[in-house]
Ligand binder design. Sequence first.
Ligand SMILES: [Zn+2]
Length: 285
Amino acid sequence: MTQTSANMPEDAAARRAVEPVICYPNDSLPPPDLDLYRAARAGARKIGEVRVAPRDASCFEVPAGGFFRISSVEGPQVGDLNLWHAGNLDETFFSGKTRAIHGTHVTTGERLWSCLPFLRPMATIIEDSLNWYGIDQFGGSVHDVIGTRCDPYTHHLLSGDHYHYCCHSNLSRALAGHTGRPIEEIEMQVHDVMNVFMCTGFTRDTGQYFMKASPVRPGDHIEFFAEIDLVGALSACPGGDCSTTHSSDIASCHPLLVEIFTPQAGALGDWQPAPVNGYNRAHGR
Ligand SMILES: [Zn+2]
């Protein structure tokens, strides 16, 4: 971001001084029933777990009304999360709109939304052991929905190298294995991620995206309620705790644990999976 003074208007200061308005005020969203979700979680039963190896990714399935928990297990590690509707892989997590609705980083009580035209909650965060972190002195915070995912194409653009264990490739390999479809085809379903445990922000002077060592430690976790039937994929980023570099084998990397839980029958009362968005799709025709 550059600033030039040659064409600065006389009222530049006044224009800059205009107060911002929040694009999507949080109080216009229907709130999730966290008390109901947490009560159901209290009696829930573990039905599976996946250990995601460093510089690799794994898929998992969570039925609507179930829960999944992502935990740091051996050392500080960032995870790149993708979500799809289990019945239609074209319905993917929509990082950009989630960011517009909730902000650059997400935590307890906030939701991961799906892409257009579906635009419905896919998952709701019911617990986050890092929610104490807030926003640090650099403007950094945890669990970002800003970053896209480290990928071999950008890496090639910048370096000319071929690195095969970026999160994009890890997620593509995992989804290819899960669906049995060719990786060249299925990589089109991989989308911008939620960066679990990643600590990021934008520099105030240049507006550049920054990362810093994640505050996550073994035992830390974030837990989600599945609002619809989900396929998830989690990549243990080759950046490790993202304190120095990514898209290489240099950083120290650790596994991540995903655990799946299902509530007892009746624990969710008359709760129903979120319907797809109600817009009539006339588009002015
Ligand atoms: Zn990554």
